[in-house]
Design a protein around this ligand. Structure first.
Ligand SMILES: [Zn+2]
Length: 278
């Protein structure tokens, strides 16, 4: 996976205490903690999934975190986007989230990108990080994340959430299936409503976003079996989580044996692609 552990953990200050409960976890220990401190994550979206994912990644001791979001904070976001204080209404979410993370962990290297993820910037941006968390809220950007992660060869923790639950898939390029192996084309709008249409209970985003942070932490610390190749489905109303094996599709346009997607497309082009294939 090519993770560069290039930040040295400073054990002389308060870090021994700050991460003492992590260190007690046998699977993680000092070695895992140093790996987390030396690794970097990019989170795409500072909304319902990104809020818990960013907070728990920072709390775990990840050394460098990037957050990209093109939106400004609105009052309708506040039932679930818990990284933002009320005073951030009207601010860029990327900047607001970065400020919360800096206050939470002054030693954290945070990079805020208050702009849209596009085909022109996605691969280069992904290559600046060891792993990517897809915490965005729309299918075109999710496909962009997937294709850019495959091209950049960066592990991607994909998730989506709505109403009381959501789904999660870890994509490790070269080692398992990608999002397109599971859903080859973007679903029609009527089959994929957003939060503004179907609603969402904030705690559901909290569960799935925290699970995304957990999978990223496992990948970066090199511990545990990852969820790659398994679709996790969480139904918080029923109080259930299930998993389903997903196979890599040799004819997948993104990660297949003869991929058609050499460079990712912009979200608008994905919509075009869908209409062409419809
Ligand atoms: Zn694929």
């Amino acid at each position: 996976m090519g993770i560069r552990y290039n930040i040295t953990m400073d054990w002389s200050g308060e870090n021994t205490l700050r991460y003492s409960r992590n260190l007690l976890v046998e699977e993680l220990g000092e070695r895992g903690q140093e790996r987390l401190f030396g690794s970097s994550v990019l989170v795409v979206g500072a909304g319902g999934l990104g809020s818990p994912a960013l907070l728990y990644l920072a709390a775990a001791g990840i050394g460098r975190i990037g957050v990209i979001d093109f939106d400004r904070l609105e009052i309708t976001n506040l039932n679930r986007q818990v990284i933002h204080p009320y005073a951030s209404l009207g601010r860029w979410k990327a900047d607001s989230a970065a400020d919360t993370l800096r206050a939470f962990r002054p030693d954290l290297a945070v990079e805020a990108y208050p702009r849209a993820l596009k085909a022109e910037n996605a691969v280069a941006l992904f290559r600046q990080y060891d792993a990517v968390v897809d915490a965005c809220d729309n299918f075109p950007t999710k496909y962009l994340c997937n294709d850019a992660a495959v091209v950049a060869r960066r592990p991607l923790v994909h998730a989506g959430v709505l109403r009381f639950g959501g789904q999660l898939l870890v994509v490790v390029p070269g080692q398992g299936p990608c999002l397109r192996c599971l859903i080859p084309e973007i679903p029609p709008r009527k089959d994929a409503p957003g939060c503004s249409e179907a609603g969402i209970v904030g705690a559901a985003a909290g569960i799935v976003g925290a699970w995304q942070a957990m999978e990223a932490i496992k990948l970066l610390a090199g511990i545990g079996p990852s969820a790659k190749g398994r679709l996790l489905t969480v139904d918080a109303l029923a109080g259930e989580a299930t998993r389903l094996a997903v196979a890599r599709d040799p004819s997948c346009p993104s990660c297949g044996d003869r991929p058609r997607i050499a460079e990712p497309l912009s979200p608008a082009d994905y919509l075009q692609e869908r209409s062409c294939n419809a």
